[in-house]
Design a protein around this ligand. Structure first.
Ligand code: C2E
Ligand code: CA
Ligand code: CA
Length: 730
């Protein structure tokens, strides 16, 4: 029953000690006895007893001095000390308690009662110890959990904070001890103050619990978010004795939640909504719109040739471009004068109506829109509730206009164009998935319409999309079915009018659909990789023509035949082996020119240089196709063995009455300085022809001179040239 507790008895009466020892041992205690104060202290230090019985009067020192000494030096760590007083002297009892005694008993001792008393003291001590340690644990736990609490005692009306309040408010406990509720209120921002005061006073005054979140500004000025619970603690189910408030600092948790939410709902690059959050909830909007006979529009916006931007400028600038686009789109859809309001609950942008008297700049009334980046270079805008479909058209036109202006990226001026597909709900789809698919189809149609435009979805577009699919499978058989062939477009010296070369261009005569433009099938072949097989065929075919004409003596000394080499074909690792195998006659190779676009050369510029040098070793010259449409700096012209530049058709066709003349002149001057031949592509009229001739451009190509012609016709032309050396135009 006594768990082997150690008892130290300090008393100069040996008889008392002896009786005590015997008596207490019966109860299972182990007993130590000391006859003097000094001896007692010594034993206490050595044996650390569980309880001490201390005589009031000792020969060498007073009992209370022994007690004081033990307490002061923390010997026995607040173990119970029972004073044995000689008489019921109230003063000495008072003194003993002052010195740290736990209890007292007076002589003569009643051992039967004393044993119980000792037992009781030991148990009380244990409870106390575990209480202290659990309080300490609680304090520690509170600190870790950033928990703070207050207690209001209804009976004595006392109010108390836990120590962690000081950490929470970042105040120094030495400067502001005994914090009251009013001190706490001072740290609650005005926006939240009323609700906090109201909740606490309702809790204490009306016994209503509360659970709220509010802000707190610490002494150091830091903003925290607090979860604050208020509880009423009842005693015996009826009498309320205490009110307890628990405060938890949830700032960090909230910010991680926000981050998670941001990651889940928003595109990390642009900060726009991502695909998931865009799609969620729109079905509800669409079906409610249908009920009220409202129209909505989905705009699918895709950057034309984003791959080229990435290839030439690198992914970092590509990313930057996407961010700038996102910003421009946001600003553009937002009508001037309106303010956006963020609605955190449904994370959609809700537009406020315009204040009275503000006139809309574009008379476009968009009350609500959602803007998202679906991924890559694809953006979507959902216009809920438009008055008519023309609004979708004018928004699209405005977007295209806003995106026309160059983007300045790290010193580069980048021009990009966009294609927009529009699907209207409910006509083009009664749920977001269908609407999205149809807007995508419309976007593709805008692309094949020459890009930089918008298209409304129409059901026959689906047929076109299906056509594209069947075209893809037909292309696989095109070579085997002998449906591909080459045509040649003559090139003449602008100064003399003589035929100096030709560009080989591919044609596909489909067994059912007739002629299919390379603008349609080459990009398709590039996407599917079929361009590699087609490219092999192209090399063979081209070389056959060259060898045959050469054998017939139809190729003059400086004559060039140009061949378009696609990006995929050029970057193939065994490209050079193929070139060596097919174009094996170095003498004949002098007549071959490879046309590559700027972006093809800028991709892996270093390994390209190797390939280009190898081509040069095999006497194949290099021409830069569509020159001026890429974004790369001109410095690479020095690095690569470039022989010819082909000024892109768009510059030639826009020369008249336009600033493009300046560009054409600049290209000509630069090329001259670098000894590079210039071919002007797409000459369509006399004015262009004359201008380029007097500007000193070397070579011309275009419908005004000749359209691409069939092999037989071209052969005849070569024959005639050989005979007459006359001009094609005469
Ligand atoms: P490209 O290399 O820029 O070829 C020039 C295109 O401009 C040709 O179109 C040509 O017919 C057209 N053109 C020439 N003069 C005029 C003119 O005065 N006015 C107008 N409006 N157009 C003119 P085509 O043959 O339809 O080829 C289009 C594109 O398809 C080519 O552009 C080239 O990128 C690609 N392509 C054609 N053949 C091949 C080929 O054999 N291999 C590869 N990889 N691509 C090819
Ligand atoms: Ca070309
Ligand atoms: Ca070209």
């Amino acid at each position: 029953m006594s768990k082997g507790y150690k008892i130290l008895i300090i008393d100069d009466d040996p008889t008392l000690c002896m009786i005590a020892e015997r008596k207490l041992k019966q109860y299972g205690y182990s007993v130590l006895t000391a006859l003097t104060g000094k001896e007692g202290i010594q034993y206490a230090v050595q044996h650390s007893p569980d309880i001490l019985l201390l005589d009031y009067e000792l020969p060498d020192m007073a009992g209370i001095d022994v007690c004081r000494y033990l307490r002061k030096n923390r010997i026995g760590e607040d173990k119970p000390i029972l004073f044995i007083a000689g008489k019921e002297d109230y003063q000495s009892i008072e003194n003993a308690f002052q010195a740290g005694a736990t209890d007292f008993s007076s002589k003569p001792l009643n051992w039967s009662i004393l044993v119980y008393r000792i037992q009781y003291m030991l148990r009380a001590h244990e409870i106390n110890v575990s209480l202290i340690s659990s309080e300490a644990r609680l304090a520690k736990a509170q600190k870790i959990a950033k928990l703070t609490n207050w207690e209001y005692n209804a009976i004595d009306k006392s109010f108390k904070w836990s120590d962690t309040i000081y950490d929470l408010l970042e105040v120094n406990p030495q400067h502001e001890n005994n914090l009251q509720l009013s001190d706490f209120y001072k740290r609650v921002p005005e926006t939240d103050l009323y609700k906090v005061q109201q909740a606490i006073s309702n809790c204490i005054g009306k016994n209503s619990s509360f659970d709220l979140e509010h802000a707190l500004i610490t002494q150091a000025g830091n903003h925290r978010i607090i979860s604050h619970l208020g509880n009423v603690i009842k005693n015996d189910m009826t009498n309320i004795v205490e009110y307890i408030g628990t405060l938890q600092d949830i700032t960090e948790r909230r910010s991680t939640e926000d981050q998670v939410r941001t990651l889940a709902y928003y595109d990390s690059l642009t900060g726009l909504m991502n695909r998931e959050s865009f799609l969620t909830g729109l079905d509800a909007v669409i079906s409610s719109n249908k009920k009220y006979d409202l129209l909505s529009a989905l705009l699918f916006i895709d950057l034309d040739d984003f791959k080229r931007v990435n290839d030439t400028l690198g992914h970092e600038l590509g990313d930057l471009l996407l961010c700038e686009i996102a910003e421009r789109l946001t600003n553009c859809v937002r009508t001037a004068g309106e303010e956006k309001e963020y609605q955190p609950n449904n994370h959609r942008l809700i537009k406020n109506p315009l204040p009275d008297g503000v006139v809309r700049l574009n008379s476009i009334d968009i009350q609500r829109f959602d803007l998202a980046r679906l991924g890559g270079d694809e953006f979507t805008i959902f216009l809920a509730d438009i008055p008519n479909i023309e609004v979708a058209a004018s928004v699209s036109a405005r977007l295209l206009k806003a995106l026309e202006k160059p983007f300045s990226l790290d010193g580069y001026e980048v021009y990009v164009t966009f294609s927009i597909g529009i699907a209207i709900s409910p006509t083009d789809g009664e749920n977001i998935q269908v609407l999205l698919k149809n807007a995508d189809t419309a976007m593709y149609s805008a692309k094949s319409n020459g890009k930089n435009n918008y298209q409304f979805y129409s059901s026959d577009m689906n047929e076109k999309a299906l056509d594209r699919l069947s075209l893809e499978s037909d292309l696989r058989n095109a070579i085997a079915n002998n449906e591909l062939h080459l045509v040649y477009q003559p090139q003449i010296c602008l100064q003399t009018g003589c035929l100096v070369g030709a560009e080989a261009l591919m044609r596909w005569t489909h067994s059912e659909k007739g002629n299919i433009s390379p603008v349609e099938f080459i990009p398709l072949a590039e996407v599917t990789g079929q361009i590699l097989v087609i490219g092999d065929w192209l090399f063979e075919q081209f070389n056959k023509d060259l060898v045959r004409w050469s054998k017939q003596g139809l190729i003059p000394e400086k004559f060039k035949l140009a061949l378009n080499v696609s990006s995929l074909q050029f970057h193939q690792s065994n490209m050079m082996e193929k070139v060596e195998a097919v174009f094996s006659d170095l003498e004949l190779n002098k007549h071959i020119e490879f046309e590559l676009t700027e972006s093809v050369m800028m991709q892996n510029a270093e390994s390209n240089l190797d390939k280009l040098n190898q081509l040069a070793e095999r006497n194949i010259t290099l021409s830069i196709d569509d020159f001026g449409t890429g974004y790369s700096s001109l410095s690479y012209l020095h690095q690569f063995p470039v022989d010819t530049l082909k000024i892109d058709r768009s510059f030639i066709s826009n020369m008249e009455g336009d600033g493009q003349i300046v560009i054409v002149n600049a290209i000509l001057a630069m090329a001259k300085g670098m000894n590079i031949t210039v071919v002007a592509e797409g000459i369509e009229n006399q004015w262009q022809y004359d201008f380029l001739k007097q500007a000193g451009c070397d070579i011309g190509q275009g419908y005004f001179i000749s359209k691409p012609i069939m092999i037989d016709t071209f052969e005849e032309l070569l024959q005639n040239e050989k005979v007459s050396k006359g001009s094609l135009l005469s």
